[in-house]
Write a protein that binds this ligand. Structure first.
Ligand code: PLP
Length: 398
């Protein structure tokens, strides 16, 4: 007898991107397809020292079951970390540690979405969020984005029309858009949250990866200046992109009622995030190594982003349009149709693989009305020589 799977799976498909990833095994391929940090960037010595400290100082706590909300010393360190980034009124009991920020997104879906509920996301947005919210039966509505992030006028109209359960945004160097929401638009988002009494979810795994000027404060940090907005804000953070995704340490700051329900759901899901990973992360932050680690990753990624942007402008010229990223891991680009045969990101991706270079077409990142001319390139894991070679291969695929 065929297995009878849950109805909720009917809403979700495995991503088209996975199909493309199967082709990446071809020898000699230069890949701009991943969404990972560079493993050469991991502070292995620092993490080794931190895990040694975790095991020598309180091995019982580091290896035992722990509280679902998270390991106390890590919650303290994370509250302090958020304070250094402008959210200086966050206390340890206002956050829970999650197994990556991905789990925070899942817990938000689990606690907030009933089948048929409307949720507004950016078009484009993080693919796993689309899949996760759909799993809970959300009807996703796409809000348009430009080089400065979500278009707030359009967003407000969508909120007024659809009265969504919540709005999910990646305001700082979004995946895949790379866009940075301006300070003015951030303020508008908070004001519209209060005006329409709409919950806003801010997903912020990339905010620390800025290349030049410090970006505007997170919605969380800015909420102090918009009365009533903090009660309508969920913030998800992660150590994945700046320290190590393998640690699986993320966190979620949310209104107390939501946090309590998310904690209850987490209890049934994984009991708690690995205490050993949490104790290691706590020791790492306590040792004060994060600022130097951040300086290093920012400067390496900044250089790679610049090299990729310059090469794209030089080699592909008018055929592509993109905004030079000011942080994060991605260049989000669009085929303009000028001086090239291809107009579709998917076709371009296949031609690119034939030419020895891979990237991800943009259409799957839209929950509706996909822009088929778009594609995403990651500059994070490829050295500068390979970036130059990869972009010249890309030009041949046009
Ligand atoms: C926008 C966004 N949110 C969340 C995540 C999940 O990251 P993690 O679970 O490793 O914290 C990612 C990872 O790619 C991401 O791009």
């Amino acid at each position: 007898m065929p297995l009878q799977f849950a109805d909720r799976l009917n809403n979700v498909e495995t991503s088209a991107i996975r199909e493309l990833f199967k082709l990446l095994g071809k020898p000699g391929i230069i890949s701009f397809a991943g969404g990972f940090p560079d493993s050469a960037m991991f502070d292995v010595d620092g993490i080794r020292d931190a895990s040694n400290a975790a095991l020598s100082q309180d091995p019982g706590a580091a290896l035992q079951y722990g509280a679902t909300e998270g390991f106390g010393p890590l919650r303290e360190q994370l509250a302090h970390f958020m304070g250094q980034k402008g959210a200086n009124d966050v206390t340890a009991d206002q956050l829970i540690v999650t197994t990556g920020s991905q789990q925070a997104l899942d817990l938000i879906g689990k606690t907030m979405i009933s089948p048929g509920d409307k949720v507004i996301v950016e078009g484009p947005t993080f693919l796993a969020t689309i899949q996760c919210f759909r799993l809970y039966g959300a009807e996703l509505i796409s809000a348009p984005v430009d080089g400065h992030g979500v278009k707030t006028d359009a967003l407000e109209k969508l909120i007024a029309e659809h009265k969504p359960k919540f709005v999910y945004l990646i305001p700082t160097f979004g995946n895949p858009s790379g866009a940075l929401l301006s300070a003015e638009r951030r303020k508008k988002v908070l004001e519209m949250a209060v005006k329409h009494q709409t919950l806003i979810v801010e997903d912020d795994p990339y905010g620390d990866l800025y290349f030049g000027e410090t970006p505007p404060p997170s919605l969380l940090a800015m909420s102090a200046s918009v009365p009533g907005s903090r009660e309508l804000l969920v913030h998800c953070g992660s150590l994945s992109k700046v320290l190590s995704p393998g640690l699986r340490v993320g966190w979620m700051i949310a209104p107390a009622e939501l946090l309590a329900r998310a904690t209850m759901c987490k209890q049934f899901s994984d009991a708690h995030t690995s205490t050993f990973a949490q104790a290691t992360a706590a020791q790492y932050l306590k040792a004060g190594r994060m600022p130097a680690t951040l300086d290093k990753v920012r400067s390496v990624y900044a250089q790679r982003a610049q090299t990729m942007g310059d090469a794209l402008r030089r080699e592909l010229g008018q055929a592509v349009d993109f905004v030079q990223p000011q942080g994060g891991l991605f260049v989000w680009a669009r085929l303009t149709g000028a001086g090239c045969k291809v107009a579709d990101g998917n076709v371009f991706a296949k031609r690119a693989i034939d030419n020895g270079v891979a990237f991800v077409p943009g259409a799957p990142f839209f929950c509706a009305h996909p822009d088929h001319a778009t594609f995403r390139l990651s500059f994070a894991t490829v050295g500068e020589d390979k970036i130059l070679e990869g972009i010249s291969r890309l030009a041949k695929a046009l």
